[in-house]
Design a protein around this ligand. Sequence first.
Ligand code: HPA
Length: 275
Amino acid sequence: MQLREQIDEAVGYIRKHTKMRPEIGIILGTGLGGLVKEIRKEMVLDYDEIPHFPISTVESHHGKLIFGTLGGKKIVAMQGRFHYYEGYTMRQVTFPVRVMSKRAGLGVKTLLISNAAGGMNPQFRRGDLMIITDHINLQGDNPLIGPNDEELGPRFPDMSEPYSRKLASVAEQVASDQSIPLQHGVFVAVQGPNLETRAEYRFLRGIGGDAVGMSTVPEVIVAVHMGMKVLGISIITDECFPETLEPVTLEEVIAAAAEAEPKLTRIIKEVVKRI
Ligand code: HPA
């Protein structure tokens, strides 16, 4: 089935359940579900009831699409996202972004996306928040491979500003008003699911990465393809310095994300109000 038909079926199903036209889409990463409590919910759909939506497999993620208001704005939030390492195709990983978008579906023009990431910049510490200024795609795949539907976006989308400088400056203003320190940096996306070796961290730092993670970049590529503005924020959950690297567990990553999450929630809530 053509991508466009799948999107239309998913959008059709969602529209049967809600008339809401959200303008802002939010994707929450590992351990970052707390924002969900702040949403005044109008309607919640399980991923598995929406046609063509993949179903999330990672235990630390819930698969729900939440429609409601946050800071007085109409939003749609994904609670739980899909990772390439789970075995989904890039098309599946990014399908929800297509569905959310104004161009193909529900009305979203702005995407706010968060993740848990390893910090490679020696200035970074566990628990820091990093505004993603740019990315490097090392996932070895791309959601735009295959026939291009010109109605969804161009064949060769420009990537000179995948993360909106304007949105980043709104986030900076919010953080400064709330005395929340922010880091800035380049996010490198790898396939995972293993964490990196010391040699890999050295390499990823050497090519210009400040943080590394296993998500976000496919969704951002598709968002840019469809003309959406993106704000990306990483929570630094572990310190990935080759010389002093220590073992890290998923539990520690989730705990670090959960600890830092109230800061992120406050920022996102206020950014939503101001855009
Ligand atoms: N690599 C290293 N540390 C991490 C990652 C990663 O992909 N994600 C969260 N912490």
